[in-house]
Ligand binder design. Structure first.
Ligand code: ZN
Length: 252
């Protein structure tokens, strides 16, 4: 019951995150004006603004002009709902969970903006870093020192990985946004999770990148957005980090 409520609440937040994803790169207000159909500019009716359900009822088309609505909308709503349900299942209804929900919402916005625009918005990462450190003072898990080390060492380590990775592959792989993102992840999850995040992000990112090149869907020198892979790594570290650590030390 609680998880269902968390999922529904998350999908409502996800519908707001869609607005952020759509408007932040254009530096528009995320509050005004009301949402409009990108094709015909008709305002979205309140009845068509119910997360997930409206997309299904409208069969993925605008009520006014019939143009298809992007799959990004229900995807972000469903994903955010799922993340909220997982967080509440794992961390309960606590202050720690509240900070994590804000953090995960930020990662969703960053991932989708990076996928579409190849930028990681400072408007999300830069205020997020002090918020994560503040959480360290209030909830203590992980402790503030772990978070500080995570933010600084994470950015430093990723800088080296991307720098030498870039030298190796003969391209500039580095985005300043990626470093801000890993600092954000460190500030919320601490340095252990940052190590898992970079490992998972690099392995999955390279695997997907190489597959796309092999399939001819990506040029060798083309930039692949790294933000979604780092965010995936952070999710793995948050929800599966303990199990990964236990498994790793069992192998020793
Ligand atoms: Zn329309």
């Amino acid at each position: 019951m609680l998880m269902l409520f968390a999922f529904l609440f998350g999908s409502v937040v996800g519908s707001f995150l869609n607005v952020c994803i759509h408007r932040l790169p254009k530096e528009e207000s995320i509050v005004f004006p009301r949402s409009r159909c990108p094709a015909c500019q008709a305002p979205i009716r309140a009845v068509d603004n119910i997360p997930l359900l409206s997309f299904a009822l409208l069969r993925g088309r605008c009520h006014a002009c019939g143009q298809p609505i992007s799959w990004q909308y229900p995807l972000v709503e469903g994903l955010t709902g799922l993340l909220f349900a997982l967080t509440v299942a794992r961390f309960g209804v606590t202050l720690q969970a509240a900070f994590l929900l804000a953090f995960l919402s930020g990662l969703v916005v960053i991932s989708f903006i990076d996928l579409v625009h190849q930028i990681i918005p400072n408007a999300v990462t830069l205020p997020g870093i002090p918020l994560g450190l503040l959480a360290g003072l209030l909830v203590r898990e992980p402790p503030l020192l772990d978070r500080l080390i995570g933010a600084l060492a994470g950015a430093g380590f990723l800088y080296l990985v991307l720098y030498y990775g870039g030298v190796l592959y003969g391209q500039e792989a580095m985005g300043e946004g990626d470093l801000n993102l890993i600092a954000l992840i460190g500030a919320f999850l601490g340095w252990r999770a940052v190590m898992i995040t970079i490992l998972v992000g690099c392995v999955v990112g390279s695997a997907v990148g190489l597959s796309l090149i092999a399939l001819g869907r990506l040029e060798r020198r083309q930039h692949i957005p790294f933000g979604p892979f780092l965010s995936l790594g952070a999710g793995v570290a948050l929800f599966l980090g303990d199990r990964l650590m236990a498994w790793y030390f069992m192998l020793q």
